[in-house]
Design a binder for this molecule. Structure first.
Ligand SMILES: [Zn+2]
Length: 83
């Protein structure tokens, strides 16, 4: 999750994962994405690295204690490796 403080109205908001992915796609080839403030509509410049980090943080979040209670074991579908 990514908390953004609006440059104009100074209010905080948190875009959803879907919105973050959309911003990442729109800003392809640039360093910043314009994330629109839901309160005043101002576009705030957010570094793509921050957006990507927020998204990967959500995906990589561990689920503690959840597997212990599960009756069946789910094997990881595909191993992800960084090159
Ligand atoms: Zn605003």
């Amino acid at each position: 999750m990514l908390a953004v403080t609006c440059d104009k109205c100074r209010r905080r908001f948190t875009p959803t994962d879907e919105e973050l992915q959309g911003y990442l796609r729109q800003a392809e080839g640039k360093k910043y994405a314009l994330v629109l403030c839901p309160h005043c509509g101002k576009g705030n410049k957010i570094a793509l690295a921050r957006l990507a980090q927020a998204l990967s943080g959500v995906r990589r979040a561990p689920a503690p204690a959840e597997q212990a209670a599960a009756g069946e074991q789910a094997a990881p579908a595909e191993p992800t490796q960084t090159e």
